[in-house]
Design a protein around this ligand. Structure first.
Ligand code: GLN
Length: 189
């Protein structure tokens, strides 16, 4: 298994550690062609306006949408914003792969970053994990076919639609492997 980290911008390096801990190969993805060799893709946290610009400049949009038809994408924080429904801000062009409304910077500025214990339901198991939120978005509505894997204060914090997963927090900062394992470890979905 080889998992790509979209490495245009953001905290992709921490995701590499998680993927390696799971025993899979990693690939920093900077050109669309690199997607051909991959079994999954992480869109990391960062800044969704900058990410939009770089995705456009590197002509990633259509190749990522094609890739999403047969492989899983895990988006964290800004990555979730990129996977969700359209944003009002025209500087952000999302992939609309997970049917969720996402409010950016819902908790305020960087100083309002925090971590908290949340309960996660993946497969048949419920686990308590530390979730680190950094200028985090909030999922304000979920559409059909969206499964909520975890919530925080009554708002979904981890969601799945088909083979794709979106998180409002940063599991890679707390060495949490379960979402990457869940996103990429299940074949044939
Ligand atoms: N606030 C960022 C955005 O709107 C997301 C923050 C993050 O990825 N940690 O894109």
């Amino acid at each position: 298994m080889k998992i790509g980290l979209l490495a245009l911008q953001g905290d992709y390096a921490r995701h590499e550690d998680i993927i390696r801990q799971l025993g899979w190969e990693t690939q920093l993805v900077r050109y669309p062609k690199q997607l051909d060799a991959l079994d999954g893709l992480v869109i990391p946290g960062g800044e969704s306006t900058t990410m939009t610009k770089l995705i456009k400049a590197s002509r990633f949009r259509a190749p990522i949408l094609d890739f999403a038809q047969h492989a899983s994408i895990l988006g964290t924080c800004a990555g979730l914003i990129m996977l969700g429904n359209k944003q009002i801000d025209s500087q952000i062009d999302t992939f609309e792969l997970i049917n969720v409304e996402v409010e950016r910077n819902a908790y305020g500025r960087q100083v309002f970053s925090f971590d908290e214990q949340i309960q996660v339901n993946v497969g048949d198991e419920t686990q308590s994990i530390t979730a680190t939120f950094i200028r985090a978005p909030r999922i304000t509505a979920t559409g059909a076919n969206v499964e909520i894997l975890a919530s925080h204060n009554g708002f979904p914090a981890a969601v799945r639609q088909g083979r794709h997963i979106g998180l409002t927090f940063h599991p890679e900062l707390d060495d949490i492997t379960l979402f990457h394992e869940f996103a990429f470890g299940r074949q044939g979905i």
